[in-house]
Design a protein around this ligand. Structure first.
Ligand code: MSP
Length: 523
């Protein structure tokens, strides 16, 4: 978090050549969970996502579908991208499209500024280009003249292009990543970037325009060329918050408030663009560089990166239809260490759904509500205090907060779910159903119910950024909405304060949080 309490996070902007698959959803859900967590800490959050609409790849897809590129983009954004993010409960503050006027004019102004300051020159590019990656390739990036990422032959380009003096910023980039390890994480990603910057093959200048097609933003002083799609796309992070606007204008104020970004979340395949080209562009313009680039791993199918072009893409709905949206949001962050690759399997997801969500969490909640209805007239009993549970809760909140701020989602979720297991253990050990049989032990019974209820109150708040819908249902069934206000307004910093659930709140039996999977459905 920046010192002024703001937190600006971005996802990559996605190519609109196809509909989103779970690899794209993985990045966006991670961003959503992280920003919801920061909001729950009371920070001033800005969460940006969007679409990358220029370049040959999108242009070719539109042509194959016999529509203009703009029509294609409009159709895909409205029918595929935005609805999927809505379905997955993504609470982004803004959605930028690179064909929007607000983006194009700011990109042109930025590029003109670099040219005026002497960072741009005319040169000749000769070499391989992969349309799948939209990237000028180096010999080491190819295998038998094919791009190693897409497995498809590259194009050979020979064009007169405008170049950005990228090489001039190599020493400053090396210094940044050496002195400030947090600027690029995890360590494996930082090492890869440093190896690239310090490698035997010197970093060359970057061609930032193309002359053989026209689907892009025109170079302001040479309108026969369009700006290279990555140069255009990377700028979205800054154009969306008012890059280059008059400081007194709305855009200028927004830029002062949120720039630089605190975290750019990216997949490891697009690390170099973000950790080398992007900060160099900003340095050239004299602007602050992002605080952190975090590269996560790939979702694999059959040991390879899941991708639509290889026909291995799984649509998020294929999974949410079986498990629900919240389980989808939970599963990938819980199962795969953020930064490593991981494989999706129906078996693993079914197993975790049943043991962690349905049994450990869902059952705990429904048992408690049922017991309060049965033994306490449906009202939360008087505030009690279990020193062991309350101490453990304090440790849990600290551990979860530390882990999630460090983008260790798995560690954070584990800490919370370990607490959930302990609360289950507490109920099992205390045997409230047995205590209820003895009328002289009513006070003890009420204490057990209260301690369990207040623990679940805390669990709901801690799990809310990960599973917003089910935790809200639970919150309402605890009566907490009435007695404590909306769950989204609860603060992480206060969760560990024991005894917050007021006596007398009325509980109601809500919908089952995580219904049992039908055997046949569990695939
Ligand atoms: N348009 C560029 C990004 C420009 S950002 C200025 C792009 N788009 S993309 O649609 O191809 O990919 C966007 C993101 O989705 C990347 O972070 C990429 O790593 C991620 N994923 C695509 N497939 C993935 C998996 N199979 N697994 C995990 N993430 C994956 O690149």
């Amino acid at each position: 978090m920046a010192s002024n309490g703001k937190f600006y996070l971005t996802t990559p902007i996605y190519y609109v050549n196809d509909a989103p698959h779970i690899g794209h959803a993985y990045t966006t859900v991670a961003g959503d969970v992280l920003t919801r967590w920061h909001r729950a800490r009371g920070e001033n959050v800005w969460f940006l996502t969007g679409t990358d609409e220029h370049g040959e790849k999108v242009m070719n897809t539109a042509a194959q579908n016999q529509v203009s590129p703009q029509e294609w983009c409009d159709r895909l954004v409205e029918s595929a991208w935005k609805p999927v993010w809505e379905h997955l409960n993504i609470a982004n503050d803004d959605f930028i499209r690179t064909t929007e006027e607000r983006h194009e004019t700011r990109v042109q102004r930025f590029l003109q500024g670099l040219k005026d300051q002497g960072h741009i020159y005319l040169g000749k590019y000769e070499g391989p280009y992969c349309i799948g990656c939209e990237e000028f390739k180096l010999p080491g990036d190819l295998d038998d003249n094919k791009c190693v990422v897409h497995g498809r032959p590259v194009e050979m380009l020979s064009e007169e292009n405008w170049f950005f003096k990228l090489s001039a910023f190599v020493p400053a980039l090396i210094e940044r990543y050496t002195k400030n390890p947090g600027a690029c994480e995890p360590a494996s990603a930082r090492n890869e970037v440093l190896a690239f910057l310090q490698g035997e093959t010197p970093v060359t200048d970057l061609s930032i325009s193309r002359s053989t097609f026209d689907w892009g933003i025109p170079v302001p002083w040479d309108t026969k060329q369009v700006i290279y799609v990555w140069f255009d796309a990377l700028l979205n992070y800054a154009t969306a918050v008012g890059l280059g606007d008059d400081p007194a204008s709305e855009g200028g104020k927004k830029f002062a408030e949120f720039w630089p970004a605190d975290v750019h979340l990216v997949g490891k395949d697009i690390l170099r663009f973000h950790a080398v080209i992007w900060p160099a562009m900003l340095m050239a313009a004299g602007l602050p560089v992002p605080e952190k680039i975090f590269a996560h791993g790939w979702l694999l199918v059959g040991g390879e990166k899941m991708s639509k072009s290889k026909l291995t893409g799984i649509a998020p709905r294929d999974i949410t239809d079986h498990f629900g949206v919240d389980a989808f949001r939970y599963y990938f962050l819980r199962a795969i260490p953020f930064g490593s690759d991981g494989s999706f399997s129906w078996e693993d997801m079914s197993a975790r759904y049943t043991s962690e969500l349905a049994n450990d969490f869902g059952n705990l909640a429904s048992r408690l509500i049922a017991m309060i209805e049965k033994y306490s007239g449906g009202k939360i009993p008087a505030v009690a205090h279990d020193p062991e549970l309350s101490a453990l809760l304090a440790q849990t909140v600290t551990a979860a907060d530390d882990a999630i701020l460090a983008l260790d989602f798995q560690g954070g979720i584990n800490a919370i779910m370990d607490f959930c297991k302990r609360v289950n253990g507490y109920v099992t050990e205390k045997e409230p159903w047995a205590v209820a049989k003895d009328e002289t032990r009513t006070a003890e019974l009420m204490d057990i119910l209260y301690n369990t209820a207040d623990s679940i109150r805390a669990l709901a708040v801690l799990l809310h950024p990960i599973m917003p819908t089910t935790t809200e249902i639970l919150w309402k069934s605890l009566g907490a909405d009435q007695s404590m206000g909306p769950i989204s307004e609860q603060r992480i910093g206060l969760v560990a304060k024991w005894g917050q659930l007021p006596e007398g709140s009325t509980v109601t039996k809500g919908a089952v949080l995580f219904p049992r999977l039908e055997e046949a459905e569990a695939k």
